[in-house]
Design a protein around this ligand. Structure first.
Ligand code: UD1
Length: 416
């Protein structure tokens, strides 16, 4: 089992280029099952999760070719299976996103209940509510879910919570349903807009993505397209926090700054200087970090995927900070690990109260989920001694060899 070792590092300095977004690449790869001609995707991040979804596509009969760095060619003309293998589904929750495309393309789909980061119960009731509204019959037995429909017909669907995955899955199912579908209280994340843009390039008619009401007019058939994945706002945010926590100076390239407004605002409150310039953002950490409060919310609120990294920062910020997690009910697993490193954190339901300490100390810790792992890397950069991070397969799901980019910025970090 690989481990990542992090030593106390000097202020991180230099430039870093951000990859394409994992959370855009995964639904867009799933949506590639919808088209019958060649699809070329560019700026696809090289991640374990991307590998898994490509295996899922191949298992269904799609041809998947890895061309140059970050470029994948997919041809789904000959999809011949509707059942996805358990071992792949259990590794990653996002593999569930093939359900919507399969349902609309071939009228049936069967899969096991999804796996992924253990950050809450993460039900799929809203995905299924959408499929049912479009006319699908759902059956759930022995951990498998099947969805079947002779024909899908558009409807008006209200999401009780603006779930990212449910919005994507329903949008993909609706693109070839008969008539019009409206998704109300839809998620507004930039990754939803990227998916809608991709679907429209294939020939779909999706309007309103990025607002809370998405309107989809069904078409008969979808073709091919070339599409570049948008930059990963969470990877960008992680390096912004790295500049702050190490009191460094990092220029982050390939970002869409409007996607990271809450992260920029909070870093400024903490005392950082942040300069935005087209597709770049420069973050200079202050001599003294100040406490602040965050409340995670669906986009455009503060992203839950940046919560643990900010908590690492708050651990060494002067004063008392409060984090309220409203998106997932169990996303504080990193707290116990940070406490092992000397952090002063108390949990009260969905709130964490963090009392800043002067310094952290290295300890053997575990990446309990993807972003929790990133938080431990950040904490390790400012801890006395050598922090040993285990279970780093979680980190590899979302960051392409995280240590490489950190080393270029001057961090003392290595994989063993
Ligand atoms: C996506 C992201 C993940 C991010 C999350 C929230 C991908 C591949 N993953 O996950 O990184 O942390 O959005 O921004 O894009 N819920 C229900 N019923 C459902 C579906 C969801 O109650 O049918 C609840 C979940 O339990 C959770 C909340 O809605 O509490 C948010 O989940 P959702 O937005 O669906 O997250 P994911 O799409 O799984």
């Amino acid at each position: 089992m690989d481990k990542i070792m992090v030593e106390k590092s000097p202020p991180l300095k230099g430039k870093v280029r951000i990859n394409g977004a994992k959370n855009s690449a995964l639904p867009i790869l799933a949506a590639s099952l919808l088209g019958t001609e060649d699809i070329i995707l560019e700026d696809v991040p090289k991640l374990k999760d991307v590998e898994i979804i490509c295996e899922v596509l191949a298992s269904l009969g799609a041809k998947v070719e890895f061309l140059d760095e970050g470029v994948i060619k997919i041809n789904s003309a000959d999809i011949n299976k509707y059942q996805t293998p358990y071992d792949l589904m259990s590794k990653m929750r996002a593999s569930f996103l093939v359900m919507g495309p399969l349902l609309t393309r071939i009228g049936k789909t069967k899969t096991s209940l999804p796996g992924g980061c253990a950050i809450g119960t993460r039900p799929i009731d809203l995905h299924l509510k959408g499929f049912r509204a479009l006319g699908a019959t759902i059956d759930v037995d022995h951990g498998n879910i099947g969805a079947y429909a002779e024909k899908l017909v558009g409807d008006r669907i209200y999401l009780d919570f603006p779930s990212v995955g449910a919005t994507e899955n329903i949008m993909m199912a609706a693109v070839m349903a008969e008539g019009e579908t409206i998704i109300d209280n839809a998620a507004m994340e930039p990754e939803i807009v990227d998916l809608a843009n991709f679907l429209n390039k294939l020939g779909a008619d999706v309007k309103g993505a990025g607002t809370s009401s998405i309107k989809i007019k069904g078409v008969k058939k979808l073709g091919g397209a070339t599409h570049s994945i948008i930059p990963d706002r969470i990877e960008a945010g992680t390096f912004m926090v790295a500049a702050a926590i190490t009191k460094g100076d990092i220029l982050i390239e390939n970002v869409i700054t409007s996607h990271i407004k809450p992260v920029i605002a909070k870093l400024r409150e903490i005392g950082c200087e942040v300069y935005e310039n087209e597709d770049k953002v420069r973050v200079i950490g202050p001599k003294k970090l100040k406490a602040t409060d965050i409340k995670t919310l669906p986009y455009p609120g503060f992203p839950t995927d940046m919560q643990s990294q900010f908590m690492a920062l708050m651990c060494v910020s002067e004063g008392t900070s409060v984090v309220i997690e409203t998106v997932f009910e169990n996303r504080f697993m990193h707290v116990d690990e940070l406490k092992r490193m000397g952090a002063d954190i108390k949990i009260d339901g969905r709130s964490a109260i963090i009392q800043g300490v002067d310094s952290l100390m290295a300890a053997p810790v575990k990446a309990t989920d993807l972003r929790a792992g990133a938080a431990l890397v950040l904490a390790g950069l400012v801890s006395d001694g050598i922090t040993e991070i285990r279970d780093i397969y979680h980190i590899d799901r979302g960051y392409d060899r995280i240590e490489d980019k950190f080393i270029k910025l001057g961090a003392k970090i290595y994989r063993v």
